[in-house]
Design a protein around this ligand. Structure first.
Ligand code: MV4
Length: 501
């Protein structure tokens, strides 16, 4: 194989940085980590071939510090930079600065990032290209009077969105004209504060939509393919929780239409590298362009499993100037994949972040299981960054087998020292609506209003005994020790009380 790059700097942290190190090693490329002060002993640093400190904990001083990262790339002789997701991944100025410094940015051109970064510009471009988008305006609202006129034209409820936003920030649902004035003010000031621009536009609100996104890959020679959809409707506060591919509601005909539309959208943006077109779908299976993500996404592994492709290898090959090694007809979607995002957060306390030291971790494995993790026992989960610990991904011949495997793997997965949302997945995976594929964007809030499934007396006893044994084990050496009188764990306190009975 021709030499792609000799050294790639990974401008990210956590599980995605580990994922990228692995791809580099598979391709015979040296992987360079960068880290902030609290990340000195992070897993991505331990796995990389070289690692460089880039500043203190706050992201603007480290993982978002363009000058520092480029200086590091030059110092270590990296010929390319992979930005991962988040941080600098959709920052056109960074992509441009990489180009100016003679280091290849593994991603699309700065012009494509800029285009898709402005939601109004993107809408105008999609309109020109004949891509269906949510009815609404494609320019910033000039005045309240104009907003009134347009909202009446499209019909309430409407959504006010920040042109520089995305991912739900600065978004306002307006149910009736009486709310429009105050919502517009609020949306504008929120947009100004969050994005430094108060440009706000308006869309008709789609009720109970699904979020279905299409993965595309484009090379730098004008070739573009789609790799099937991901169903991402299970979200909490615009944070995805569980994703799957394929979607239960997408028929082969609809997939073909959405895929061809996604390719059309990518071509209209002169797009290259990996990208994702987000669609909203309504209950009648109409789909509308929402926005384009110009990066590798968190949930990319489910697409890898159903296509058999390695998206990071392909990103690197595309960035090195290679042509796509296949055409649309070569792409076969096979089986079903599900991803659970494991966060350090407390499901019993409104999913509040739960930082702390990982005291133990027993990782699931076995048929059809992939775990992309950024933690290890002894690692300290801080509060400086996103609390994602790992992604548990299952593959099955069909949806039922994928559900059975990921449910089994969730049961094997033990993480102690921090609270995790693993119990939420146990609930989702046996929920009748989830099993039936009834998963629109309102799914999680409906689930949270359902009563907890009853546990029988026998199961409860087993849990109590297990908790009592666990509470008596010294995590340092595995020896039984007396349970301390005061413990922070509600389960341990409960087990002690039960043991006294
Ligand atoms: C919408 C919508 C309904 N109608 N736009 C939320 C995130 C951002 N990317 C767009 N979002 C929405 N835009 C119109 N015209 C509903 C949402 C939405 C949503 C979308 C995807 C996944 C979860 C969601 C939860 C609430 C609202």
């Amino acid at each position: 194989m021709r030499k792609l790059f000799s050294k790639i700097l990974i401008a990210n942290r956590g599980e995605i940085a580990v994922r990228l190190v692995r791809a580099c090693h598979e391709l015979g490329i040296r992987a360079v980590a960068v880290y902030s002060e609290p990340d000195r002993a992070a897993l991505h640093v331990l796995k990389a071939d070289e690692a460089y400190a880039i500043g203190p904990a706050p992201a603007p001083e480290s993982y978002l510090n363009i000058d520092r990262i480029l200086e590091t790339a030059k110092r270590c002789g990296a010929d390319a930079i992979h930005p991962g997701y988040g941080f600098l991944s959709e920052n056109a100025a960074f992509a441009r600065a990489c180009g100016d410094a003679g280091v290849k940015f593994i991603g699309p051109s700065p012009a494509s990032i800029d285009l898709m970064g402005s939601k109004t510009r993107a809408r105008r471009q999609m309109e020109k290209a004949g891509v269906p988008f949510v009815p609404g305006t494609s320019h910033g609202l000039e005045s309240l009077a104009k907003a009134r006129e347009l909202a009446a034209k499209f019909g309430y409820p409407v959504m006010l969105k920040a042109a520089a936003g995305g991912g739900g920030k600065g978004m306002r649902l307006v149910a009736a004209e009486s709310e429009l004035a105050s919502s517009l003010d609020a949306a504008r000031s929120e947009a100004q504060r969050a994005f430094g621009s108060d440009e706000v536009y308006l869309e008709k609100a789609i009720t109970d939509p699904r979020h279905i996104e299409m993965q595309i890959l484009a090379d730098e020679h004008g070739n573009c393919v789609y790799l099937g959809e991901r169903e991402c409707s299970i979200q909490r506060r615009h944070q995805k929780v569980l994703e799957e591919s394929p979607s239960s509601v997408v028929t082969p005909e609809m997939r073909c239409q959405m895929g061809e539309t996604a390719v059309q959208a990518a071509k209209a943006a002169s797009y290259s590298n990996a990208g994702t077109i987000e669609f909203l779908t309504d209950s009648r299976s109409n789909f509308y362009f929402l926005e384009m993500n110009t990066r590798l996404q968190v949930e990319h592994p489910i697409t890898e499993l159903v296509t058999g492709l390695d998206l990071v290898h392909l990103q690197i090959r595309i960035a090195a100037g290679e042509k796509l090694p296949f055409t649309q007809q070569d792409i076969q979607l096979r089986g079903h994949a599900i991803e659970c995002r494991v966060y350090a957060e407390d499901p019993d306390n409104n999913f509040f972040p739960s930082p702390g030291r990982i005291s133990s971790s027993i990782e699931p494995a076995g048929p059809g299981i992939r775990l992309d993790s950024g933690i290890y026992p002894g690692w300290n989960v801080g509060t400086d960054y996103d609390p994602l610990l790992s992604k548990l991904i299952a593959y099955g011949a069909d949806r039922d087998q994928a559900i059975a495997r990921i449910h089994r793997a969730i049961g094997e997965y033990v993480i102690t020292g921090v609270k995790t949302n693993l119990s939420l997945f146990r609930r989702i995976l046996i929920d009748a609506d989830f099993v039936a594929g009834k998963t629109d964007t309102g799914y999680l809030s409906r689930l949270s209003r359902k009563p907890l499934p009853a546990t029988n007396h026998h199961d409860r006893e087993i849990v109590v005994i297990a908790a009592a044994i666990f509470a008596s084990i010294n995590p340092e050496n595995g020896n039984p020790t007396p349970v301390p009188a005061r413990t922070s764990s509600a389960w341990k306190r409960f087990a002690r009380a039960e043991a006294m009975e």
